[in-house]
Design a protein around this ligand. Structure first.
Ligand code: FES
Ligand SMILES: [Fe+2]
Length: 427
């Protein structure tokens, strides 16, 4: 059970809060790069701050305060220029650094004053990696955007998938170190909802470890033993706010204290006869969380998770909970956050920052059956291997979350050689 003060500390992300300050030491993905190519300007709310992201004419990205520092107009209605973004109200123009570059009337009426040199809007660094845009909102020097191992894999079809989750981010992240929920939520409940009602194998033993880039949980179930990779490799709660499963990473991005953006980066290795495959553009889509009748969607794994997270309340009241043996990972995670918030308060670097470019060439993480994603196989071989491991690999439909648009599905099926390039329909 947590105290009210601890609940507050773990969940609040605004500027100046202990958690807000800790999270500002890390890069956070906030959009697909292709999205800014399509839109030019996008409203972004991150860690409680209202911002706009833009792609300028010369190809650079920016992330600045949503309100213009002149008289507070909305920069969402700005005009993208070669070297920045111009407010559409009176034409002040800003570079990605936040520096005001031009004030059309002031520059004409009183050029000697160089008023523009004194004006700067709030601006954060943006970098592109793995088809996503990442923001850094903390102090300099910024660490490197982590080059997680799957970002270096070749011959893959990647996609970026969002969901808007109307609850606090921390209960979503606690789920990343919660093995027993798989048995109940994704197996037994699914079986009652959509299957024969049978129960799956029980969890028999759990173990939780901390490492440089997060926390690992290991499990033995009735159908596995300690030689199984569920135990020898485990699954990773990637520090500070993601769940890492090898071929996909799910981030729980704090929008504000009461809303989370779920971003999944998903990798599908193409079959051997499609190699070499180079993806020109990483597609993106947002799935719904409720159906047309306003009911929560429970058909897919991530949708089930969302139902659990939102069901805990907008901000879960941890003063009313009762933790048991299954929650040792949850307690470990909270202790780590407390410790790292303290480090930041003392002016030290928190856990897991990468500053060495050499190290960042490829940051290895624990990956169960890495060969499923890194070796050349036919579609039939990869599916057979997945089936043997109870991992539904390379199916025609997106398995993880509901709502993949037909256009993305088509792109995927063509990439995977499931349908020809000129196919009229998907399968
Ligand atoms: S409010 Fe933006 S230029 Fe005047
Ligand atoms: Fe889950």
């Amino acid at each position: 059970m947590a105290s009210p003060a601890q609940n507050e500390r773990l969940t609040r992300v605004g500027p100046g809060t202990p958690m807000g300050e800790l999270l500002r030491r890390y890069w956070h993905p906030f959009a697909a790069a292709a999205e800014l190519d399509d839109l030019g300007i996008k409203p972004v709310k991150l860690l409680g701050e209202e911002l706009v992201a833009f792609r300028s004419g010369n190809g650079g990205y920016g992330l600045i305060d949503r309100q213009c520092p002149h008289r507070r107009a909305d920069m969402l209605h700005g005009i993208v220029e070669d070297d920045g973004i111009r407010c559409s109200y009176h034409g002040w123009c800003f570079g990605a650094s936040g520096q005001c570059l031009e004030q059309p009337f002031e520059d004409l009426a009183n050029p000697k004053a160089r008023f523009r040199d004194k004006i700067r809007t709030k601006a954060y660094r943006v970098e592109e990696k793995a088809g996503m845009l990442w923001a850094y909102m903390g102090p300099e020097p910024a660490p490197l955007v982590p080059n997680w191992e799957p970002f270096t894999w070749e011959n893959g079809f990647r996609q970026v998938v969002y969901a808007d989750v109307p609850c606090n981010w921390f209960q979503c992240q606690e789920n990343s170190l919660d093995p027993v929920h798989f048995e109940w939520m994704h197996r037994n409940w699914s079986s009652r909802l959509f299957g024969d009602g049978s129960y799956g194998p029980k969890h028999l033993e759990l173990k939780f470890d901390e490492f440089e880039f997060g926390h690992i949980y290991r499990r033995v179930r009735e159908d596995t033993d300690k030689s199984n990779q569920h135990w020898t490799v485990g699954a990773t709660a990637l520090w500070p706010n993601a769940f890492f499963l090898g071929d996909h990473i799910e981030w729980r991005i704090p929008v504000d204290d009461e809303n989370t953006l779920s971003i999944t980066w998903m990798f599908h290795r193409v079959p051997v006869d499609r190699e070499p495959y180079v993806q020109q553009r990483v597609p993106y889509w947002k799935g719904p969380v409720k159906d047309d009748q306003g009911n929560w969607i429970t058909s897919h794994v991530l949708n089930q998770d969302i139902v659990a997270w939102v069901g805990q309340g907008v901000i879960a009241d941890r003063t009313e909970e009762h933790l048991g043996q299954s929650d040792l990972g949850i307690a470990m995670l909270r202790r780590s956050f407390d410790k790292n918030m303290q480090l930041v308060a003392e002016g030290q670097d928190p856990k897991g920052l990468i500053r060495d470019p050499e190290r960042n060439m490829c940051v290895e993480l624990p990956i169960k059956h890495r060969e499923m994603f890194t070796s050349s196989m036919t579609l039939a071989e990869s599916r057979a291997m997945g089936d043997a491991l109870a991992y539904r690999l390379n199916r025609p439909d997106y398995q993880h979350q509901v709502g993949q648009p037909e256009a993305v599905k088509r792109e995927y099926q063509v990439a995977m050689g499931m349908i020809p390039e000129d196919a009229e329909h998907t399968i």
